[in-house]
Design a protein around this ligand. Structure first.
Ligand code: SAM
Ligand code: DTB
Ligand code: SF4
Length: 331
């Protein structure tokens, strides 16, 4: 491990005057001695957040499988054979039942995900109703539906959607190794439409897809240099699904995942950094390190989209053990 000292003579910033990060600067963060990186991340985290509060989002797959995109990590792509059953879109009452249960369990945000390249006109009609009704339950709303045009972004905003999730997933130069049916600019275009419509942006990526350290830093720099950077930054550890091209990818060292969380925290001080997919395979100790590194949001609920997540009881026990409380407590 390299031990050279890196200077951080940067002023505190706000989201209206974002700091620009070069890939080399982010890479230098990754190469810091672990304790120095954690210390720096803690300082930034405590400047902006209650370090013991965690934002809880519950996910629901409202349309599963049969997707027209070829994302190499994804169980829902029609290009792969991951054994995921293709379903029709859920009915409104099924979505509301799940949202009520999520609220009852303590979630503050409900995120509806669909395996689409982009939503059709009919899809939008149904989703807009879901957004309105879920919001009326007193939950924050998030949706992840693929690419949007300007009209669709405006419709979602008008329905009361609080966040739109659309991940950059990896560095621009590695993107083509993972996905061939769309390009990086398509993702950036949708994110701009979401931002211009006035919704909060949720965008992050996946770690452990075989990317180099420079490419991992490249993803973080790309997110941090968005103007403004996303309010919510999900960092997923690849869930290796059999039948997908990435099923046999080598595991990354959990401490490298923790370092990625810390780099996200330092470069995007006011964002909620979500410790996202992959928690099911992580020990409590690694998750605790992620919180120390500045993660302050998780997916909460027994299921992600097609794969498992730690059981609600396990997460409650973990929060108790760490003296953490849900952000919905309002303190
Ligand atoms: N189809 C929409 C899209 O791609 O934007 C929304 C749903 S898609 C499943 C949402 C995100 O989930 C992807 O961008 C990716 O970052 C994440 N994801 C999907 N499969 C994953 C896996 N096996 N491991 C980790 N993250 C995954
Ligand atoms: C995000 O960054 N991660 C979530 C959410 N946004 C939509 C999805 C994780 C999916 C993990 C694999 C699955 O369950 O299919
Ligand atoms: Fe489709 Fe989204 Fe999966 Fe890609 S990540 S295959 S766009 S559901």
């Amino acid at each position: 491990m390299q031990t050279k000292t890196v200077e951080f003579a940067r002023p505190a910033q706000s989201q209206t005057t974002p700091q620009r990060w070069s890939v080399a600067e982010v890479e230098a963060l990754f190469k810091l001695p672990f304790s120095d990186l954690m210390y720096r991340a803690q300082q930034v985290h405590r400047e902006h957040f209650d370090p013991n509060a965690v934002q809880l989002s519950t996910l629901l797959s409202i349309k599963t499988g049969g997707c027209a995109e070829d994302c190499g990590y994804c169980s829902q792509s029609s290009y792969h054979s991951a054994g995921v059953e293709n379903t029709k879109m859920l009915e409104l009452d099924e979505v509301l039942k799940a949202a009520k249960a999520a609220k009852q369990a303590g979630a503050g945000r409900f995120c509806m995900g669909a395996a689409w390249r982009e939503p059709s006109r009919e899809d939008m009609t149904a989703v807009l109703d879901m957004v309105k009704e879920v919001r009326a339950l007193g939950l924050e709303t998030c949706a992840t539906l693929g690419m949007l045009n300007d009209e669709q972004a405006g419709q979602l905003r008008d329905a009361g959607l609080d966040y739109y999730n659309h991940n950059l997933d990896t560095a621009p130069e590695f993107y083509g190794n993972i996905i061939s049916t769309r390009d990086y600019q398509d993702r950036i275009d949708t994110l701009e439409r979401v931002r211009n419509a006035g919704m909060h942006v949720c965008s992050g990526g996946i770690i452990g897809m075989g990317e180099s350290l420079t490419q991992r830093a490249g993803l973080i720099a790309q997110l941090a240099n968005m103007d403004p950077y996303p309010e919510s930054v999900p960092i997923n550890n690849l869930v290796k699904v059999e039948g997908t091209p990435l099923a046999d990818t080598e595991d990354i060292d959990p401490l490298d995942f923790v370092r990625t969380i810390a780099a996200a925290r330092i470069t995007m001080p006011q964002a909620f950094v979500r410790l996202s997919a992959g928690r099911g395979e992580m020990s409590d100790a690694v998750q605790a390190l992620c919180f120390l590194a500045g993660a302050n949001s998780i997916f909460y609920g027994d299921q992600l989209l097609t794969t498992g997540n730690p059981a609600v009881e396990r997460d409650r026990a973990l929060m108790d053990k760490l003296g953490m409380h849900p952000l919905t407590d309002n303190h």
